[in-house]
Design a protein around this ligand. Structure first.
Ligand code: ADP
Ligand code: TRP
Length: 327
């Protein structure tokens, strides 16, 4: 049986946080050997919200460092930058010519982003078309993503179908849906969804005093030290649950209910858990920071492999669409 092609992407629009880790990166890393795996940094997508070249470049290197430090093995998974595969933007244009405006108008994440204050540019509007090209250009079978990406995967299936019908052939493969439902939304330090856009994140690779300051500022209710507390409605406990073993969680929950255990205690406990959980990855990241040539090689090699696959899918498409390339 041939291996399934697994693909996912992550935008380099800011420092990655523990919501990104538990909601996406951990699954990507855990699944890396389960098929023919392609993971990429969606840097063209980030242009829809970030117009600072130095920052975007640095974020792209940072995301690569993060993934490698957290256990991505570039010999097992193909890891690359979206921009190293020009066939993606080529296919994206073609898909756009078959995409009804009304399909984009139904886009939930476009509306959410505008509501969150992003400028309504055409790139943001047609974001799902580029995402569809990302998926379809490798004949991806499985796309592990969080619930919030469900609609974009459906759009990719829809556009693949429209393309195949328009040119009367099986040029593009319809991806399966694969929604990862292992964690609930990770709350930020203010209790809303943790998100780069809300400035409420705990970055994965923050440490020392800065990390302590962030964790100590997590919002809680105003119960006194001696009061019994409900772990199930508390943000600090919601975060503790991500890091602690079942036994540890039960012990801490008992302390909450018994009273005489303050939110400050819980926060220090969380700090220890985070430090322990990411300790090894932090050391690995520091070593990699001193070997940026290696990091760039990973991207270069990954890009090469991804391009080869993309070109094999694109060639018959150029022929079918009658697009001439004379070089
Ligand atoms: P952000 O909201 O910080 O900009 P993105 O929208 O770029 O994050 O999300 C990247 C990936 O991380 C997505 O797959 C998304 O499902 C996941 N993710 C982001 N924030 C959270 C969260 N708070 N809880 C769970 N998963 C999240
Ligand atoms: N839109 C995704 C996000 O915000 C990132 C992304 C871009 C992606 N292209 C993709 C995810 C293709 C899966 C497949 O998280």
């Amino acid at each position: 049986m041939t291996k399934k092609t697994i693909l996912s992407g992550i935008q380099p629009s800011g420092r990655l946080h523990i919501g990104n880790y538990f909601g996406a990166m951990r699954q990507h890393i855990n699944m890396q050997a389960e098929g023919d795996t392609f993971y990429f940094i969606a840097n063209y997508h980030s242009l829809t919200s970030l117009n600072d070249g130095k920052q975007l470049y640095q974020n792209t290197i940072d995301v690569t460092l993060d993934y490698l430090a957290l256990g991505l093995d570039p010999k097992t998974a193909t890891f690359f930058a979206q921009s190293d595969v020009p066939q993606v933007t080529e296919l994206s244009w073609m898909l756009g010519t078959l995409c009804p405006v009304s399909l984009m108008e139904k886009g939930v994440s476009y509306k959410d982003k505008i509501a969150a204050g992003l400028k309504p540019n055409i790139g943001l509007f047609s974001y799902p078309i580029l995402q569809a090209a990302d998926i379809l250009i490798y004949h991806s079978d499985v796309v592990p993503v969080g619930e919030d990406q469900k609609q974009n995967i459906e759009i990719a299936r829809d556009l693949a179908g429209k393309f195949n019908r328009a040119y009367d052939g099986e040029y593009l493969k319809l991806p399966e849906e694969h929604i990862v439902k292992t964690v609930a939304i990770v709350p930020g330090i203010d209790g809303r969804k943790m998100s780069k856009s809300y400035q409420n994140t705990i970055p994965i690779f923050e440490e020392g005093k800065k990390l302590k300051k962030i964790i100590m500022s997590i919002q809680t209710d105003s119960k006194e030290l001696e009061d019994p507390k409900d772990p199930d409605t508390d943000n600090v406990f919601a975060l503790i649950k991500l890091f602690a073993s079942k036994e540890r969680q039960a012990e801490i929950a008992d302390k909450y209910r018994a009273g005489g255990y303050g939110y400050g205690h819980a926060k220090l406990e969380l700090l220890d858990l985070v430090n322990e959980y990411f300790g090894e990855a932090r050391e690995k990241r520091k070593a990699l920071e001193n070997d940026l040539d290696y990091v760039k090689d990973v991207l270069r090699e990954g890009g090469k492999k991804a391009r080869t696959r993309a070109e094999s899918v694109m060639e018959p498409i150029r022929e079918a669409t009658g697009i001439i390339r004379s070089f």
